[in-house]
Design a protein around this ligand. Structure first.
Ligand SMILES: Nc1nc2c(ncn2[C@@H]2O[C@H](COP(=O)(O)OP(=O)(O)O)[C@@H](O)[C@H]2O)c(=O)[nH]1
Ligand SMILES: [Mg+2]
Ligand SMILES: [Zn+2]
Length: 345
C-alpha cells in the first residue's frame, strides 16, 4: 500500500468505511471525513466497479471536510473483492467490499440452516481472493449440534468451521483467533443470523442496530448498508446487510466441490454427466451413500448458473475478462484496463 501511495506525496491515504450513494465516509490516520471522487476520476472511470467501495484504500487531497468534501483521486489496487451478480443484469456485478482477508460465511444453527445456500456462499467466497470461514451462529438455539456440524463439514471442504453464540459467555471465543491487527474480516450471510450482534460484541458497544424481532430469521433488515469498523484491539470488520439472493457471478466450483471433481476423475467417460453413463464413479458414490444426490444436483445447478460447464481454467479466465468488459468495448478496453491497473503507483 505504501509503495502504491509513494508517487503521490501530497495526497493522504484513507480507507472507505461507508458509502452513501456518491458520498463516502473515509477514515484517515488521524481523522474521519466525508469525501467524493474527483471530476477526472468520474470521467475516466470505465465501469461502476472502478469506483470506491467499502474497504478500499484511497488517495485524497486532504483528511478533513471542514471546507467541503475531501476529493478522492485514486483507488489503490484491491487485493480482494467480494461481489455478487446483480439481479436483472446479465453481466454486471455489484461489488460488496474490497481488501478483505477473511470472509465469515454466517449461517444460523436454527432456521437459516441450509446446505445448498452454504455451497453457494462458499463458491462465491473462494473466487473473491479472501479466505472463507464458516461461522455457525446461535448454537444456543440448537439441540443437535454434532449432527449439524458434521453436515457442514461435509460441504465445507478444506474450510475452518466454527460455532458461535452471542448469548452465551465465551460464545465468541472460536472467532477470536481470526481477529488480528491488519486483518479485515467481512461478515456475510442471510439477514437475521446474528452478524451485527457478533460485531457489536467485538466492538464492546452497541454501535449497530440489531434486530429485536422474533428469533425466526425473518425479522426486518436493520443493517441497511455495508460498514467497516475498526476493532478496539486491532483489526477491522465489515458488516453487510443480509443477502437472500446471492447471484453467482464468478464462482470457484472446483474448490467448493473437490469431492465430486475428484470422484469424476474415475468415471469411465471424460465428459461423463453422471446421469446414465456406465461406470460412473459419482453415481456409485451416491449409491454407496458417500455422496448425497442433493449435493450433486446443487453442483450441477451452480455449474449451469455460472456457465462454466465444460470449460477449462484458461477458457474460464478468458470468459471472465470478456464478461467483465462486455459492457464497454470488449477485450480492447480490457487490455487497456489491465495495463492501467498495473501502473506503478
Ligand atoms: N439465541 C440467540 N439469538 C441471537 C444470537 N445472535 C443474534 N441473535 C438474535 O438474532 C436476531 C438477529 O440478529 P442480528 O445481529 O440483527 O442479525 P443480522 O441481520 O445477521 O445482523 C436478534 O434478535 C438477535 O438478538 C445468538 O447467538 N443466539
Ligand atoms: Mg445486521
Ligand atoms: Zn460420472
Amino acid at each position: 500500500m505504501v509503495e502504491q501511495a509513494k508517487k503521490y506525496d501530497s495526497l493522504v491515504i484513507g480507507r472507505i468505511i461507508a458509502q452513501h450513494k456518491a458520498l463516502y465516509r473515509v477514515a484517515t490516520e488521524a481523522n474521519e471525513c466525508m469525501a467524493e471522487v474527483s471530476g477526472k476520476f468520474r470521467h475516466n472511470a470505465e465501469s461502476a466497479s472502478q469506483f470506491p467501495i467499502v474497504g478500499d484504500f484511497v488517495l485524497m487531497d486532504r483528511d478533513n471536510d471542514e471546507h467541503g468534501n475531501a476529493i478522492i483521486h485514486h483507488v489503490l489496487e484491491r487485493k480482494s473483492t467480494f461481489s455478487r451478480k446483480m439481479v436483472g443484469y446479465e453481466f454486471d456485478s455489484q461489488m460488496i467490499a474490497a481488501n478483505i482477508d477473511i470472509l465469515f460465511l454466517c449461517m444460523s444453527l436454527n432456521n437459516d440452516f441450509n446446505m445448498r445456500r452454504l455451497e453457494r456462499y462458499i463458491a462465491v467466497a473462494w473466487d473473491s481472493g479472501a479466505i472463507p470461514v464458516v461461522v455457525l451462529t446461535k448454537s444456543d438455539l440448537s439441540d443437535h449440534l454434532a449432527g449439524l456440524l458434521e453436515e457442514v463439514q461435509n460441504v465445507a471442504i478444506g474450510l475452518d468451521v466454527v460455532i458461535t453464540s452471542s448469548k452465551e459467555a465465551g460464545g465468541l471465543q472460536s472467532i477470536q483467533k481470526y481477529i488480528k491487527s491488519g486483518v479485515t474480516i467481512a461478515f456475510v450471510g442471510s439477514s437475521g443470523v446474528g452478524k451485527s450482534t457478533i460485531i457489536n460484541r467485538l466492538l464492546g458497544e452497541e454501535s449497530i442496530a440489531t434486530q429485536t424481532l422474533r428469533n425466526d430469521d425473518k425479522g426486518k433488515h436493520t443493517t441497511t448498508h455495508r460498514e467497516l469498523f475498526f476493532l478496539p484491539g486491532g483489526g477491522a470488520v465489515i458488516d453487510t446487510p443480509g443477502m437472500r439472493e446471492l447471484g453467482l457471478d464468478f464462482a470457484d466450483l472446483s474448490k467448493t466441490f473437490t469431492d465430486i471433481e475428484e470422484l469424476a476423475l474415475h468415471c469411465k467417460f471424460k465428459d461423463c454427466t453422471h446421469q446414465h453413463e456406465p461406470h460412473c464413479a459419482v453415481r456409485k458414490a451416491i449409491e454407496d451413500g458417500i455422496l448425497s444426490e442433493d449435493r450433486l444436483l446443487s453442483y450441477q445447478k451452480l455449474q449451469k448458473e455460472v456457465g462454466y460447464k465444460g470449460l477449462n481454467s484458461r477458457q474460464i479466465e478468458k470468459r471472465k475478462v470478456d464478461e467483465m468488459f462486455s459492457g464497454f468495448g470488449g477485450i480492447k478496453n480490457a487490455k487497456r484496463y489491465i495495463k492501467s491497473k498495473n501502473k506503478d503507483w
